[in-house]
Write a protein that binds this ligand. Structure first.
Ligand SMILES: [Zn+2]
Length: 345
């Protein structure tokens, strides 16, 4: 607590001393969202145990204190690092709640959330909810990765202030900077399991489709696009993109500033290198001999799966990391099983 108070006082003094006005500020200016009352988060039985940090306070139950310390240490370096990479300044202290049960996850949040999510962010209030490790799938993404994903949402939300953050930027940046790196497989899976070809950039940047499977694809493609921009113009390009969009420029103008291409020009180059089903099948069948046998099963299974309308991908209205991971794991397990069957046979 003292550390933060001293740091804030120091920052205030520096700001007041004229140092801050000596040169025009580089990067986007952080605009505070209109004053909003943070919703109160009810106390669990036994109260919250809190790890206080400079940029984030981590709350949880006493039995989770080891997790709280781990997350507080992670946030202490992660928030400045992600802010720097995004080219934004950290705003108000982020309050992170590690909730002890599914029920707490459902009831403590300020609004409805999907129960399959492992984490949720409320950028407007700099508020994050995470599930305690004991109620998460053991093979799920690490809690630090989930935290980083949510932190990107909060930091971008703070930079955009009262204006909404474009969804493709939010989800693309979150996956990219949390290091999730699963989007290529997801795009290939969407193509092969559901017969969906990659969406045009102009579709993704004007809002995600309502259909779940298409929304899932738009989510994965957003990350792929961010990675592609980074590959072209580095993190400077990504910072330019954020800065221009924060300043209220159109997607077209922001892209021109970041990579020198319009939305349509970028789309043509970017989408040409995305995997389509035929390429994927070729990769699968060339991979090794047994895949030749497995490909028949795969094609049959894909056809059956398409017919089974009950098979759903994720619900995309809020957070989707956990569900997508689970689906991916299931599909991968099925592939492994088929491979085993093919070798055994
Ligand atoms: Zn997200």
């Amino acid at each position: 607590m003292w550390f933060r108070a001293i740091a804030l006082a120091l920052a205030w003094l520096l700001a007041g001393s004229g140092l801050a006005t000596a040169a025009p500020a580089a990067g986007p200016r952080w605009e505070a969202a209109p004053e909003v009352q943070r919703p109160t988060v009810a106390e669990p039985p036994g109260g919250w145990t809190t790890e206080v940090g400079l940029h984030a306070d981590i709350h949880g139950t006493w039995s989770d204190r080891a997790t709280l310390v781990r997350l507080a240490n992670h946030a202490a370096t992660s928030i400045p690092a992600i802010s720097k990479r995004l080219g934004v300044l950290p705003g108000p202290t982020t309050e992170v709640y590690v909730v002890p049960s599914e029920e707490a996850f459902r009831t403590l949040q300020p609004g409805a959330t999907p129960d399959w999510a492992d984490g949720t962010a409320w950028p407007r209030w700099s508020l994050i909810f995470l599930k305690t490790p004991s109620i998460r799938d053991g093979a799920a993404t690490s809690l630090q990765t989930v935290l980083d994903h949510e932190l990107v949402h909060v930091l971008l939300g703070q930079a955009f202030g009262a204006r909404p953050v474009p969804r493709w930027l939010q989800e693309g940046m979150a996956q990219f900077y949390a290091g999730e790196a699963t989007w290529e497989r997801r795009i290939a899976l969407a193509s092969n399991e559901y017969g969906l070809e990659p969406l045009p950039l102009a579709t993704i940047t004007t809002g995600f489709p309502r259909d779940e499977a298409w929304a899932h694809l738009a989510y994965a493609q957003s990350a792929d696009f961010i990675a592609w921009v980074e590959g072209r113009s580095g993190e400077d390009g990504l910072r330019t993109l954020v800065r221009e969009l924060v300043a209220g420029r159109s997607t077209d103008d922001a892209l021109r500033a970041a990579i020198g291409l319009s939305v349509d020009e970028a789309d043509a180059v970017w989408r040409a290198r995305l995997p389509i089903s035929q390429d994927w099948y070729r990769w699968v069948t060339n991979g090794s001999l047994w895949w030749g046998t497995a490909a028949g099963f795969l094609a049959l299974a894909a056809w059956q799966r398409k017919r089974r309308a009950a098979v759903k991908l994720a619900r995309w209205e809020a957070e989707e990391v956990a569900r997508a991971e689970a689906i991916l794991r299931r599909l991968e397990q099925e592939e492994l099983q088929r491979r085993w069957l093919a070798i055994g046979g």
